[in-house]
Design a protein around this ligand. Structure first.
Ligand code: ADP
Length: 511
């Protein structure tokens, strides 16, 4: 592709045959559940198949965990939390285990990238750096927090001399429910936050992509984590996921996925008043002013939608370009989109892989049709690609109106709306357009005018505001990430990430 790079991605190269044969050997047997340090089948004995979205073919099967398996895993996590070695382990030892797991991920990085590309459909060039590299980074970053989880010294207004303080304690047993668009990165990230805070965890990976989370279980055992601290139960969302969200022995649910499922999980979790962090959908605006670096802005925006085939909560899917540069932006994006090499995830030259499933592809196509029917101009793309895999063309819809479904709903595919704006009425029009969404995850602004940037930073309702291309994948774990409005509750990253796995206990000491 002409001078463009997928965010955070290194140039592609085929997976080594050694990594490929290891991965295929791993998939040759049904994947089991990792509970209390042991590998077991589901209590029901049931399994489910999963596929390679690049070909639509089944590549493996995994145990279909149900409520009894979730219950066993939660009990194991509870035991490891209350009486097992985990609470007694010095913080530095916990950090050491996390570092060892990060090293194991690196050491098996090629195999993990191969598995992730095969099962999740993202090109090797991005699974290597963003998914595998990012997973190891999440462990290393959060390992740094284990002995820096502080409370405060507090001033009590009670009479007499007292000492008051707050201490942060681990919440307890965490249920982590993870999505299919970044299976290894999400599972590892939630594990990293939980164990850094001193919690134990049960992970329920997405049923479409169980491969790397189960392989991670093997590396967890190899790294030497005590039994029960980290458990992995594959299974369906409505069965295993719901059982985890409802289980009274779980103290917190950490979820990343769609807003609809997040809402269901919050309802399930309400019964026992579980703490929740929910990292949900987005419909993120990209605002390009004529004084910004228009070319880089358009290129970055286009690549942001190619990344993970647009199946990425933070994708900037509503581009607002100032009317003066609107045609230029449209042409640049069109040129890039029509040059993108769409193909099987494991092919070295592939820049954009398939959509995760037939169902999801149908959904993406139905949004494009709805946009067309509403009156959007399809500048490029708009078609699925022939073959067995679930491929869609990168698609630009121009002049979409704010009330249309393509502008309001998360499509989760390589589809971007590009709309002009005027600034005759100051910045109010563009701020209103940017905020005219139920979501509020990320906003990206391109301008050299510091005053404009400052005003937008303050007035845009989003969990992150990125100016001139800063932030985003590759910015690291130091930046808290999460949403306003329907984009979720809570943050991952920064000190907020690990602190959201703790409870505050207020202590007042008299004499
Ligand atoms: P979808 O696959 O429909 O897009 P998500 O991506 O939001 O749904 O799913 C993310 C995770 O949530 C997956 O692990 C999935 O199994 C799980 N999940 C789906 N439905 C439920 C539910 N009702 N309760 C708990 N977890 C669920």
């Amino acid at each position: 592709m002409t001078g463009a790079a997928v965010p955070g991605a290194a140039p592609g190269a085929s997976a080594s045959s050694d990594a490929a044969s290891k991965a295929l050997r791993f998939l040759a047997k049904p994947l089991q559940l990792f509970i209390d340090g042991e590998w077991v089948a589901a209590a029901s004995g049931e399994t489910f198949d999963f596929e390679d979205p690049s070909t639509g073919r089944v590549i493996g099967s995994a145990a279909a965990g149900g409520a009894p398996d979730i219950d066993r895993a939660v009990r194991a996590a509870r035991k490891a939390f209350e009486e097992g070695p985990w609470p007694a382990l010095p913080a530095a030892e916990r950090a050491r285990l996390m570092m060892r797991l990060a090293d194991a991920i690196d050491a098996n990085g090629e195999e993990l990238a191969y598995l992730e590309s095969l099962n999740g459909g993202n090109p090797l060039r991005s699974t290597r750096s963003v998914d595998v590299g990012g997973a190891a980074e999440r462990l290393r970053y959060n390992a740094g927090w284990v002995n820096k989880i502080f409370g405060d010294t507090l001033l009590s207004s009670a009479r007499g001399s007292t000492l008051s303080c707050s201490i942060r304690e681990p919440i307890g047993v965490v249920g982590a429910i993870t999505p299919w668009n970044a299976p290894l990165f999400m599972a590892t990230g939630k594990i990293a936050l939980a164990v850094a805070a001193g919690c134990t965890v049960v992970v329920k990976p997405a049923e479409l992509t169980p491969a790397t989370a189960v392989r991670l279980g093997e590396l967890i055992a190899q790294a030497g984590f005590p039994a029960g601290v980290i458990n992995i139960v594959t299974g369906f969302g409505a069965v295993a996921g719901a059982a985890l969200a409802e289980h009274p022995g779980v103290d917190k649910i950490a979820f990343t996925g769609s807003t609809a499922v997040g809402r269901a999980i919050m309802t399930q979790a309400a019964q026992s008043m579980k703490r929740v962090t929910l990292e949900l959908g987005g419909k993120s605006p990209v605002i390009i002013f004529p004084d910004g670096d228009v070319e880089t802005a358009a290129r970055t925006a286009a690549m942001g939608v190619i990344f993970k085939s647009g199946q990425f909560c933070a994708a900037g899917t509503r581009i607002f370009a100032h009317r003066k540069i609107f045609d230029q932006v449209l042409q640049l994006i069109e040129r890039l989109f029509t040059a993108v090499k769409v193909g099987p995830a494991l092919r070295a030259e592939t820049e954009m892989g398939p959509i995760i499933s037939r169902k999801q592809l149908e959904r993406v196509m139905s949004y494009i049709e709805a946009g067309r029917a509403d009156g959007a101009q399809v500048i490029c793309g708009g078609q699925r690609l022939p073959g067995e895999g679930h491929f869609a063309q990168p698609t630009v819809l121009a002049h979409a109106r704010p009330e249309w479904s393509v502008m309001r709903e998360e499509i989760f595919g390589p589809v971007v709306c590009v709309t002009p704006f005027d600034d005759a009425a100051g910045l109010d029009e563009i701020i209103a357009l940017a905020n005219d969404s139920d979501y509020g995850l990320v906003a990206r602004v391109w301008t050299r005018d510091l005053g404009v940037a400052h005003r937008l930073i303050r007035r845009i309702k989003a969990g992150s505001v990125n100016i001139n291309g800063a932030g985003g994948p590759g910015a690291g774990e130091g930046l808290p990430f999460g949403g306003f409005k329907l984009s979720g509750i809570g943050r991952e990253g920064g000190h907020e990430g690990v602190e959201s796995y703790t409870e505050i206990k207020t202590v007042a000491i008299g004499y």
